[in-house]
Design a protein around this ligand. Structure first.
Ligand SMILES: Cc1cc2nc3c(=O)[nH]c(=O)nc-3n(C[C@H](O)[C@H](O)[C@H](O)COP(=O)(O)OP(=O)(O)OC[C@H]3O[C@@H](n4cnc5c(N)ncnc54)[C@H](O)[C@@H]3O)c2cc1C
Length: 295
């Protein structure tokens, strides 16, 4: 290695340092230096520890993996820019995604479902709608592809532990994702004593996913969490409740009592209308408008 590459003032120091090193040490130092140079060239300086989505900004995240978790739904893991970075998301938050499928760009919100304290990645669960441009685009992504994300400035239901003694979470189809994020966040916090009744309406048994995750939460927190599945067209032998989420269904679910629970909804518009519309199921059960919120 030539001394000419060092500034004149450092040449004596460089020479004495190099003189004291073995050929192996010099080669190893050069290799590490080259590795750092190549890494910086490819990735820029590491931004260790800074939460990615705590303030507004666009981030193009690389898809690490995608797996089909039922007949039309994928779980996708996107890498944060640095593996030590937290997402900076709080309970009940979603992210806007921007795809560029044919016909323009299609911003759509999705709810990260991994433990929000995990660093270096976010997981989305995305249901594919055959005529839906953004869900079709996201399902077409391959590991290594990138998707553009931005935070949604305020969660629709900013969650504070122990504000309610009981929550009734009613989800339809892919509307389960914010409910899962919220339920697992509450149950992970030993200081949060909120009890949760989850009611999930789906079309068919095969639409259900996250079943093991919900079973585990129920096993770990039997006094705090209970999930009820309601299947519109159940298969023969299905052990779930049959039909839509009706007054009769909610009467069977423990804790769904006006004045004692806050109801959160996330489902397709017709389901939400039947539940919280004028003379809807929740009004018939005695719930007022302030007892019910939608994601
Ligand atoms: C706060 C928030 C969080 C969300 N989180 C998730 C999530 O984690 N995972 C997820 O898969 N989706 C989630 N969604 C829904 C998502 O943003 C998109 O609306 C959905 O993926 C469809 O987008 P698309 O562009 O493919 O179809 P669109 O062009 O929006 O819709 C195409 C067609 O698909 C059908 N369709 C679309 N959405 C629904 C629906 N909800 N129910 C019934 N039919 C529907 C309709 O027939 C519609 O005409 C969330 C929505 C909100 C508001």
């Amino acid at each position: 290695m030539s001394q000419q590459r060092f500034p004149p003032s450092l040449r004596p120091i460089a020479a004495s340092r190099l003189a004291g090193m073995s050929a192996f040490q010099i080669a190893a130092t050069a290799a590490v230096g080259l590795g750092v140079f190549v890494y910086y060239k490819a990735n820029g300086p590491p931004v260790t520890g800074r939460p990615v989505f705590s303030k507004f900004g666009f981030h193009k995240l690389k898809l690490q993996s995608a797996e089909l978790i039922n007949h039309n739904t994928k779980r996708l893991r996107f890498e944060l820019p640095d593996p030590t970075q937290p997402s900076g998301l709080t309970l009940c938050s979603a992210l806007l995604t921007f795809g560029f499928p044919s016909g323009g760009w299609k911003p759509r919100p999705y709810t990260p479902v991994n433990d929000l304290d995990e660093r270096g990645f976010i997981d989305l669960i995305v249901k594919h709608y055959p005529n839906g441009p953004q869900s079709t685009y996201i399902h077409s992504l391959k590991p290594g592809d990138r998707l553009l994300f931005a935070p949604i400035p305020k969660p629709t239901f900013p969650y504070k532990p122990n504000t309610h003694t009981h929550l009734t979470l009613i989800a339809g189809g892919a509307g389960i994702t914010p409910m899962y994020q919220l339920a697992r966040g509450i149950l992970k916090n030993p200081d949060d004593k909120t009890r949760i009744s989850l009611v999930w309406g789906v079309n068919e048994d095969q639409d259900i996913f996250l079943k093991d995750e919900f079973a585990a939460l129920q096993k770990q927190h039997p006094d705090q969490f209970k999930a009820t599945y309601v299947v519109a067209t159940p298969e023969k032998g299905s052990k779930h409740l049959k039909g839509f989420v009706t007054k009769e269904v909610l009467e069977k679910v423990e804790g769904v009592t006006p004045g004692e629970t806050k109801v959160l909804l996330c489902g397709p518009p017709p389901m939400e209308a039947s539940l919280k519309g004028k003379k809807g199921v929740l009004e018939q059960l005695g719930f007022g408008a302030k007892d019910v919120s939608s994601f």
